[in-house]
Every structure is written in structure tokens, then in C-alpha cells.
Design a protein around this ligand. Structure first.
Ligand SMILES: [Zn+2]
Length: 91
């Protein structure tokens, strides 16, 4: 299974755990910067909010404003059907 990390986080953790001369730090950071990026899309998180402009049972995606008429939207959709944001579980 692949795992993905952010380069800046990697640099901070690696460099904080070693005592490096500035030149060594620069070489390490350059090496990390030169790692080819993976084709990964960051996860966008959202949540269903009860829509107060409509009757009960309308829900709005907090990320894109999409309004779902499905009364059970928070239970039906783990991802927004419009923008694809990952819905946070309540509680
Ligand atoms: Zn959305």
C-alpha cells in the first residue's frame, strides 16, 4: 500500500532529528525537493449542514454549497455528489 507524505513535513521531521551543517541541510532539502511528485489529490473535507432556507430535510454541503433534497443525505452520502468532498461524520 502506498503512503504519501508532504515534502515540507518530511524536511522538518528529518532535519529536526539530525544535527546537520547548513550545507548538509541544503543537500538533504534539495534531494527531498527532487523526489518526483505522486499523482495525488488532497482530500477536501466537508459536512452536511441543515439548510435553513428551505423546509426540513434539505441539506447543504459546507464545501461547495450544493443543496441536497434527500432527507437522509447525511446518511446516504459519505461524499458530496457535487464536489466530491469527504463528509465528516457527526459527533
Ligand atoms: Zn460539495
Amino acid at each position: 500500500m502506498s503512503e504519501y507524505v508532504e515534502k515540507e513535513t518530511t524536511k522538518a521531521i528529518v532535519c529536526d532529528s539530525l544535527e546537520l551543517y547548513t550545507s548538509e541541510y541544503d543537500i538533504l532539502c534539495d534531494a527531498i525537493d527532487n523526489i518526483p511528485p505522486a499523482d495525488v489529490v488532497p482530500v477536501v473535507y466537508s459536512e452536511w449542514m441543515e439548510n435553513e432556507n428551505f423546509d426540513d430535510g434539505f441539506w447543504t454541503c459546507s464545501a461547495c454549497g450544493f443543496v441536497s433534497e434527500a432527507d437522509a443525505a447525511p446518511y446516504l452520502y459519505r461524499y458530496c455528489p457535487h464536489c466530491g468532498a469527504k463528509m465528516q461524520a457527526e459527533g
